[in-house]
Design a protein around this ligand. Structure first.
Ligand SMILES: O=P(O)(O)OC[C@H]1O[C@H](O[C@H]2O[C@H](CO)[C@@H](O)[C@H](O)[C@H]2O)[C@H](O)[C@@H](O)[C@@H]1O
Length: 243
């Protein structure tokens, strides 16, 4: 795998890719220096670097610094095409649906809802055994509503609008000036990243899975530590071809 900040565009998933998984969303730790290293790589790539996450833009900004990065939040429902630039947002999920999902989550011990306005993530990491029953309960809630889907993730079910995914987000970025004409690279660890993999593959790019093989990925990095080492390497030598 040869990556070059001069010619590639970088799309980076966050949880499980740049940072290690934690018991709860608010318990994650961003390693010291990681935001600065990402900024150095973004600079070396002339702005062609975006965080592409299921987290909200507000959550990404809290973790990595306000407006520092181009970013897609809530799987692309929120998009900021350039660092410091404006963001645009999709239509929020109806409050009645969000309320019903929060209520359903509350029926399960150790399960909680993360309401992101454009999607609701139902987390069950503390009780993985409830997954099948929880999935059935969520399916009953969303079953009659058109245009809504349930996406599985790491100990989470995310309810969101169909058509909003990381692949569509990558395509938005690739049409923006800083990204256009570059070869896209997507690094991610979860099933929701596979839409991003498909988008970069359509554009002749490189899909990198983290931790385990994923549909559409060309290669695997073992864990977020290896991703951070790669980012550090790329950020340190922005004008040379590198592995
Ligand atoms: O697309 P990502 O950047 O990978 O975000 C996916 C979801 O990440 C968060 O949940 C996951 O990470 C938590 C912290 O490590 C973990 O406790 C949880 O079990 C994981 O599902 C975030 O809370 C979600 O909103 C994101 O969609």
């Amino acid at each position: 795998m040869v990556l070059d900040p001069a010619t590639h565009a970088f799309f980076l998933d966050v949880d499980g890719t740049l940072i290690d998984i934690a018991e709860r969303p608010e318990a994650v730790v961003v390693p010291a220096g990681l935001p600065e290293t990402l900024m150095a790589l973004a600079e070396g790539a002339n702005g062609a670097l975006a965080l592409v996450s299921g987290r909200s833009l507000a959550s990404l900004d809290a973790l990595f610094g306000a407006d520092r990065f181009a970013a897609a939040g809530v799987h692309g429902a929120e998009i900021r095409l350039s660092a410091g630039g404006p963001s645009d947002r999709a239509l929020a999920l109806h409050e009645d649906l969000r309320h019903a999902l929060r209520e359903t989550a509350a029926e399960f011990e150790g399960v909680f809802a993360e309401d992101k306005e454009y999607a609701v993530a139902i987390h069950y990491r503390a009780h993985p055994e409830v997954a099948p029953v929880l999935k059935r309960a969520l399916t009953e809630v969303v079953g009659q509503i058109s245009g809504i889907e349930i996406m599985p993730g790491h100990c989470v079910f995310e309810v969101r609008r169909k058509g909003i995914d990381k692949g569509a987000a990558v395509e938005r970025f690739m049409a923006a000036p800083a990204f256009a004409g570059r070869r896209p690279v997507f690094i991610g660890d979860d099933v929701t990243d596979e839409a991003g993999f498909r988008a970069v593959n359509r554009a002749g790019g490189i899909a990198v899975a983290v931790g385990a093989p994923r549909d559409g990925a060309h290669t695997i990095l073992p864990d977020p530590r290896a991703v951070r080492a790669l980012i550090t390497h790329l950020a340190a030598e922005p004008r040379q071809r590198r592995r």
